[in-house]
Design a protein around this ligand. Structure first.
Ligand SMILES: NC(=O)c1ccc[n+]([C@@H]2O[C@H](COP(=O)([O-])OP(=O)(O)OC[C@H]3O[C@@H](n4cnc5c(N)ncnc54)[C@H](O)[C@@H]3O)[C@@H](O)[C@H]2O)c1
Length: 372
């Protein structure tokens, strides 16, 4: 199969869908890999690393799209890429269709086979191709919180871990899922005192068992949230209600309880934010202040660390990519239920119910498109 890896063209996107190690494995399995020039540059993988493992580095995006049987990307296709999509082509990338009606219609009209990272789902309900980005964002949340606590950034001026004889910072985390857990690990490692709030008792039990002694768990309700935000130096928003908008757990008025110069990192801002005063910001202008509390609300946090994010993402996507290349998408999806759940559209038909529902489109179960 010919696998195409275009350079991402969305603003602030420096990740690449396949790294040289993956390219080498694809070539060894007999596939041809076309990499657009500079595709890996932003993640620290220059063209010569791809050439060295047998890829063809190609200067034109049109050629990569035009020749490949399967295109692997990171971000959803954007306008200049729409005309490049073909009906006999498989596209394996993040799509987030429900947030983009135009893209959904383009994929339908162009009869693309669209396999979406974000809906590949394990039997446990885990979304294995979203998890790595939550891991990056969770770990980064504490790094950003620590930075904006510094006085010259407008912060309260407290060191996360304190020093002997001086108490450490208080880190309060709303939501103990992937983001919250990773944030807690890093904050605790720095020596901060961490409190994780969640509404899931099984999750709190698990966290209480595995976390170090400087991490406490607390059942999340209005009362405990208000009590904890008053103590917090850094508040990390990490809640998720699957498929829905984040619940507003901290109202704007509640900020008056918080210390001047404390920091909110609302990672959940991509789902609307769990803090009422959160609005999406960018890496170029990441913070603003409300009632003396610094808000960091970047909606694509992993974009700041493309080297780590690319490696984390491709570690997770590559096994699926290899199966798609080796077996073809039909056989690979027949053999792999989690992967088959990633198929959102085939031949002009929408095969993922939530996407069809989002825009009042007809839904065709994948089993009708892919018998057996
Ligand atoms: N900003 C970014 O760059 C970025 C990157 C990755 C993920 N995210 C977002 O971070 C958020 C968290 O993702 P995740 O992977 O950790 O989700 P997750 O499903 O693993 O965890 C969410 C947790 O929130 C808990 N929760 C739900 N309601 C709660 C409440 N009222 N109080 C306390 N806890 C509650 C759930 O029990 C669960 O444990 C999502 O919105 C995700 O889209 C943002």
């Amino acid at each position: 199969m010919i696998v195409g890896v275009p350079k991402e063209i969305k603003a602030e996107e420096n990740r690449v869908a396949v790294v040289p190690a993956g390219t080498e494995a694809l070539v060894a399995a007999g596939h041809e890999v076309l990499v657009e020039t500079l595709a890996g540059e932003g993640s620290g993988f220059p063209d010569d690393l791809y050439t060295a493992v047998g890829a063809s580095v190609i200067s034109s995006a049109e050629d990569v799209w035009g020749r490949a049987d399967m295109i692997v990307k990171v971000k959803e296709p954007i306008e200049p890429e729409y005309p490049r999509m073909r009906d006999d082509q498989v596209l394996f990338t993040y799509f987030h269709f429900a947030a983009d009606e135009r893209l959904t219609q383009e994929v339908i009209d162009r009869k693309v086979t669209a396999i979406a990272y974000e809906t590949v789902e394990l039997a446990t309900g885990e979304l294995p191709l979203l998890t790595p980005m939550s891991e990056v964002a969770g770990r980064m949340a504490v790094q950003e919180g620590a930075k904006y606590l510094e006085r010259n950034q407008g912060g309260y001026g407290i060191l996360l871990g304190g020093v002997p004889g001086v108490l450490p910072a208080e880190i309060v985390i709303l939501g103990g899922g992937v983001v919250g857990t990773q944030a807690a690990i890093i904050a605790a490692g720095f020596g901060a005192h961490v409190t994780i709030l969640d509404v899931s008792l099984p999750r709190l039990r698990y966290l209480a068992e595995v976390m170090p002694a400087n991490v406490d768990t607390l059942y999340s309700n209005r009362h405990t949230i208000l009590e904890q935000i008053a103590r917090a130096d850094v508040l990390v928003g990490a809640v998720l209600v699957t498929g829905g908008k984040a619940p507003k757990l901290v109202r704007e008025d509640d900020l008056k309880l918080m210390k001047d110069g404390s920091v909110i990192v609302d990672v959940a801002v991509d789902q609307g934010g769990c803090v009422e005063s959160a609005r999406p910001t960018t890496h170029n202008n990441p913070t603003y202040t409300v009632h003396g509390v610094i808000h960091y609300c970047v909606a694509n946090m992993p974009g700041a660390v493309p080297r780590t994010s690319t490696l984390a993402l491709t570690n997770a996507t590559f096994p699926y990519l290899m199966r798609l290349a080796n077996q073809g998408w039909e056989a690979a999806c027949r053999a792999d239920r989690p992967l088959s759940l990633g198929v959102n559209a085939v031949g002009g038909r929408v095969t993922y119910e939530a996407v069809a529902d989002a825009f009042g489109l007809d839904y065709t179960p994948l089993s009708e498109v892919l018998p057996g």
